[in-house]
Ligand binder design. Structure first.
Ligand code: SF4
Ligand code: SF4
Length: 489
């Protein structure tokens, strides 16, 4: 037996005092919010499963192609070279989350987060189907648990493949699924690990993701304020809580006057704990705002049904701000953070659209050849080997040609042929730049390479040619090669 001291307060809703896991089996509380959440949740699941199969300009609406390093969002493809666009997009997304949280609390957690949606609307219903609903008679049969786990596995496998489709696209995914795992061991391993992680999460780890793993829950205390919309217990109305004493049915036996202790005036909370037993994170909302609360609204549905039964108005637990529910103030929607966030988001998103619209239709760069950046020919001229890299961002195939802008200064291009690049592909071609040694007074010189395509694109890239340092007698001394890339910012 452990000698570790046991805490006198509960430190985590999913831990017993001895540190063992407290398994939560929340009771389902039917009600209007559960109906709304089901409608939203199943719609989101259908959306999530359908999206990889839809095509916009030949690509899925969302494709985070890590292998090709392309990120497609509804017809717009971003590349790692689009650092400004990616930064503006990520900042806009984060600030939008901050803004929505300041306004509506953790509405995402309860209504949109895949963790909550799949756990509460897919995995737990399966568990109830096989093993019975918590609080009701357990369904008998040793086959039930294995059958539940097999069903979990099938669903996890399907979800894992759908999830992977967002990163590789359905074409590659189907090819892998229909082929032998030995032909593509790495994708097979990724799929197996993803399925395992889904099983681990939804069959075992469950609400722990929201309580201990998800950073968003940890940040909410700085994102919320007293006027944010959250799920709140109205303690002014509910306290002091307690069971109402029933009127005695026995008749008085004597007529002597008896001073009865005065029954304390009780609030509307009858301490039935229905809001606690239905909570998927195991907390008591009556203790106030807690980071474990994922705003699933199950406690509202539970308490509303209790209020209906005891003939009290609904809303002892309800959506409301702390200012309104606890302090009786009017909720303020206009506050510094709800004005500043949209203002900054508007600026960032406008910047994003501007950069996107004015983005060059091709990304070009000139790379110095590693190891041997130059060579001195017999006639004394210096040759630099470079690699031209072109990424076509147009929706159509383009033909690219190269020329030197400053030919009058003696640089000649050893011709590299024009080449075509299909949409969204990157092609690299070697090219030689040649110049007489006399044009390198200090061991290097700049040249300007012009890249054009057949649709009017034109881009000048300045490249620094390297040469040995020539001594007075005309012989060359070697120089340390430098890796360098010139091109788009
Ligand atoms: S469900 Fe309502 S009445 Fe019952 S304990 Fe919770 S707050 Fe009190
Ligand atoms: S306290 Fe209520 S809203 Fe929060 S997680 Fe528990 S049941 Fe859901």
């Amino acid at each position: 037996m452990s000698n570790a001291p046991t805490p006198d307060i509960q430190v985590l809703s999913t831990l017993n005092a001895d540190g063992s896991r407290r398994w939560l089996k929340p009771k389902l509380s039917p009600g209007r919010f559960l109906n709304y959440r089901r409608a939203v949740g199943y719609l989101l699941i259908a959306f999530f499963c359908a999206l990889p199969h839809i095509r916009i300009m030949g690509k899925p609406p969302i494709l985070l192609d890590l292998l090709r390093r392309e990120f497609t969002f509804f017809g717009v493809t971003l590349y790692p070279t689009d650092t400004l666009l990616l930064a503006l997009l990520v900042l806009s997304v984060f600030l939008t989350i901050f803004f929505l949280t300041a306004m509506f609390g953790r509405v995402w957690c309860g209504w949109g987060c895949p963790q909550t949606v799949y756990l509460e609307l897919v995995y737990r219903p399966i568990e109830r189907f096989f093993e019975g609903a918590p609080g009701r008679k357990k369904k008998q049969g040793g086959w039930r648990k294995p059958a539940k786990l097999v069903t979990y596995l099938v669903i996890s496998f399907a979800l894992a493949n759908t999830f992977i489709a967002y990163f590789v696209g359905t074409d590659d995914l189907f090819r892998w699924m229909l082929g032998s795992p030995f032909n593509h061991p790495v994708p097979f391993l990724v799929m197996a690990v993803t399925t395992f992680l889904m099983m681990f999460d939804f069959a075992f780890f469950r609400e722990q993701v929201c309580i201990v793993a998800c950073p968003y829950g940890r940040f909410q205390s700085v994102m919320l304020d007293r006027n944010s919309l959250i799920i709140t217990y109205d303690e002014n109305r509910g306290e002091p809580r307690g069971k109402k004493r029933r009127a005695s049915k026995s008749k008085p036996t004597d007529v002597s006057l008896k001073v009865m202790p005065e029954e304390p005036a009780l609030g509307d909370c009858i301490d039935c704990k229905m809001c606690v037993t239905t909570c998927p994170t195991g907390i008591d909302i009556r203790d106030g705002l807690q980071l474990e609360c994922v705003n699933c609204a199950q406690c509202i549905d539970a308490c509303d049904s209790v209020m209906d039964k005891i003939g009290k108005p609904r809303g002892l637990i309800r959506y409301g701000s702390q200012a309104a529910v606890l302090d009786g103030e009017k909720s303020r929607f206009i506050r510094p953070r709800t004005v500043l966030y949209p203002a900054i988001i508007t600026v960032l998103f406008t910047g994003f659209l501007f950069v996107l619209i004015t983005r060059a239709p091709a990304y070009v760069s000139v790379l110095r050849q590693r190891g041997a950046p130059y060579a001195v020919l017999e006639d004394g001229s210096v040759v630099n080997s470079v690699t031209m890299k072109v990424q076509n961002r147009r929706p159509d195939e383009s033909l690219y040609t190269f020329s030197l802008v400053d030919l009058e200064s003696g640089v000649v291009e050893v011709p590299g042929e024009a080449f075509t690049v299909v949409p969204r592909e990157t092609v690299s071609r070697p090219m030689l730049l040649k110049a007489p040694s006399s044009s390198f007074p200090s061991g290097s010189r700049d040249v300007t390479i012009r890249i054009t395509d057949n649709e009017g694109f034109e881009k000048d890239v300045t490249y620094r040619m390297m040469a040995p340092r020539f001594t007075g007698d005309g012989s060359a001394t070697t120089r340390q090669p430098v890796d360098e890339e010139a091109g788009d910012e």
